[in-house]
Design a protein around this ligand. Structure first.
Ligand code: NDP
Length: 330
């Protein structure tokens, strides 16, 4: 498959260029807003053409990977869909649920594959957790606790911490991933949420930390914590049920690492899992879906729903109210 990169981004450089190539894809173009940056990024990553025009970036490609700042995802995805390209779009899909729904419906009408780059559900650790829950190993799920308070590395301390217009803030950045992960594990979508947010050292004009509680249709409760300012907290997810608990530590990350332990009446058991690259699996499934086989690991509806949860958390934190999640009809 021939690819165009929409956005000369860090995530593409650090993870996605390698994953696209590992899936057999060829990267033909990269789009940047700056001529110099387009040229230097193309040269550094051995990409044929570095361009500043979106049409030129889409010329001669089958699919685009959109990893610009968040406010650009909607117009760029709509242009790519109109041009008949398959789209792998970064999270959050858009600045609001209505735009995200429009993107997903447009892709369906144009009969192109549309996916959201939620990486965590591709991790062997999370696949093992989901398998254990589905196999009934913890019984009925009572609650989930997500701890995803990290320290934002200095090279990412740009628009994320000071630019609300570009989609900055920890809620669009990390809460949206946690929403996708919990939806993946429980196979259901949060009903409503309460939340608080704060700035604790990094955020200027946007929150750098948030805590929220979500109610699930099954009656399970979810507690979620995201931050950019916690150097030593470590990440993880705990799933507690009537017959057991799963303790997964170090698994809310981009690498295939961490430990997953199941505790039941019988004692503790470490769950083994596959160590493939998270983005490699996402790209593999995306390429297959474009060829008419199967579906992407996180499709457009997953992107909309995970964004909807994050938006509800943002509104609840802003207003102090309990907020029903509005999935925009998806
Ligand atoms: P970056 O800040 O690296 O890139 C975003 C844009 O910023 C680029 O498109 C580029 O604009 C510009 N830019 C990047 N580096 C420079 C630079 N040195 N000088 C000037 N401009 C620069 O963002 P990320 O890669 O961290 O994030 C991009 C998107 O990917 C976001 O939507 C984010 O939410 C998502 N993301 C997803 C992850 C996942 O695991 N799914 C992980 C990380 C990010 P231009 O193209 O015009 O040159």
């Amino acid at each position: 498959m021939r690819w165009g990169l929409i956005g000369a981004s860090t995530i593409a450089a650090e993870h996605m260029i390698g994953a696209i190539r590992a899936s057999g894809g060829q990267i033909e173009t990269v789009l940047s807003s700056s001529t110099d940056r387009a040229a230097s990024y193309a040269a550094t990553h051995a990409i044929g053409r570095g361009v500043t025009d979106l049409d030129a970036a889409m010329d001669g490609v089958d699919a685009v990977y959109i990893s610009t700042t968040n406010e650009k995802h909607f117009p760029q995805a709509m242009a790519a869909i109109a041009a008949g390209k398959h789209v792998l779009c970064e999270k959050p899909l858009a600045m609001g649920v209505a735009d995200a729904v429009t993107m997903v419906r447009a892709a369906k009408a144009a009969d192109v594959t549309f996916a959201t780059n939620h990486h965590l559900r591709n991790a062997g650790s999370h696949l093992a957790i989901r398998d254990a829950i589905r196999a009934g190993r913890i019984g009925d799920v009572l609650s989930i606790r997500v701890f995803h308070a990290v320290h934002l590395p200095p090279h990412l301390q740009g628009w994320r911490i000071d630019n609300p217009a570009a989609g900055g803030g920890v809620i669009p950045d990390i809460t949206v991933h946690d929403a996708d992960t919990v939806r993946f594990h429980l196979d259901e979508d949060p009903v409503d949420v309460v939340a608080i947010k704060t700035t604790s050292g990094l955020g200027r004009g946007v929150e750098d930390s948030a805590m929220s509680v979500w109610s699930m249709p099954s009656g399970a409760m979810v507690q979620s914590h995201e931050s950019f300012t916690h150097p030593f907290a470590g990440s993880g997810i705990e799933c507690h049920g009537t017959k057991g608990s799963i303790f997964a530590r170090g698994v809310m990350t981009q690498q295939p690492v961490g430990e997953v332990v199941l505790r039941t009446e019988a004692g503790e058991e470490a769950l083994s899992y596959a160590l493939h690259g998270l983005y490699d699996r996402a790209l593999d499934l995306f390429a297959k879906a474009c060829a008419g086989q199967g579906r992407p690991s996180a499709d457009g509806a997953d992107g909309v729903k995970s964004l909807a949860v994050a938006m509800a958390v943002a509104t609840a934190a802003e207003t102090g109210r309990r907020v029903a999640v509005d999935y925009g009809g998806i």
